[in-house]
Design a protein around this ligand. Structure first.
Ligand code: TIU
Length: 221
């Protein structure tokens, strides 16, 4: 077992049962012209975490520990897009509409791809998810169970939306979750801070958080 200094108290992981889950590091959320910008967000702050997410991936790859990548992605026929999700908000372009990087949030479109610097490599698990949480309608739980995974380290975007939702889903399913604080980001800095506080408050009601450097030092990367 390895103990990582973390908030609200040290996080102990079993190296044989730990996977990294990198949430939605897609052009659609991080680059101009994608879904994130269509929602009215300034997407520039999200790109800043790419080097840290890449370093986190390198650490897990060096250890030979499993890596899961998720994409928020709908089928081209939009059959997995609830009308309420398409209708939400007042954006002039919506999920499934064409944009400069192809159809927004649709599988296989250029904008739906994960950024090259943090893209999956052969052997890593890729999950296309129609919701905010990575466990909803994806089979992720069965995939993790088959590998005996009990501990999940989280990174990606956005902290308070897809990352926090997935951490809550994981928590209810009995996983021990650790969020890497500088490998996650929000369009709203105060939401990132608030999400981390919500996750770690009340004795780690949802899970733990730690900076990447503390995780790296603890696991000996
Ligand atoms: N809008 C926003 O902050 N996030 C999303 O819509 N999806 C994810 O967080 N991936």
């Amino acid at each position: 077992m390895i103990t990582v200094p973390a908030s609200p108290y040290p996080y102990t992981l079993d190296p044989a049962r730990t996977a990294l889950v990198v949430i939605d590091m897609q052009r659609d959320f991080i680059e101009p012209g994608g879904f994130g910008e269509a929602l009215g967000n300034d997407v520039s702050r999200l790109a800043a975490i790419v080097p840290t997410v890449a370093a986190l991936l390198a650490l897990f790859r060096a250890k030979g520990w499993p890596v899961v990548h998720t994409r928020e992605a709908h089928r081209p026929d939009l059959s997995d897009l609830p009308p309420a999700k398409r209708a939400r908000g007042s954006a002039p372009v919506r999920i499934g509409d064409g944009g400069p990087m192809g159809r927004l949030l649709v599988r296989g479109e250029p904008g739906n791809a994960i950024l090259p610097a943090v893209a999956p490599i052969p052997g890593e698990i890729e999950i296309d998810k129609p919701g905010k949480g990575a466990f909803y309608a994806t089979g992720l739980q069965e995939i993790l169970q088959a590998r005996g995974i009990t501990h999940l380290v989280f990174a990606g975007v956005t902290t308070e939306v897809c990352v926090q939702t997935t951490m809550r889903e994981a928590n209810d399913r009995g996983y021990e979750g650790l969020l890497v604080e500088d490998a996650t980001e929000s369009y709203f800095p105060h939401f990132k801070a608030g999400a981390i506080e919500m996750i770690t408050a009340q004795g780690g009601i949802v899970g733990w958080s730690t900076p990447f450097a503390a995780l790296k030092q603890a696991v000996g990367g």
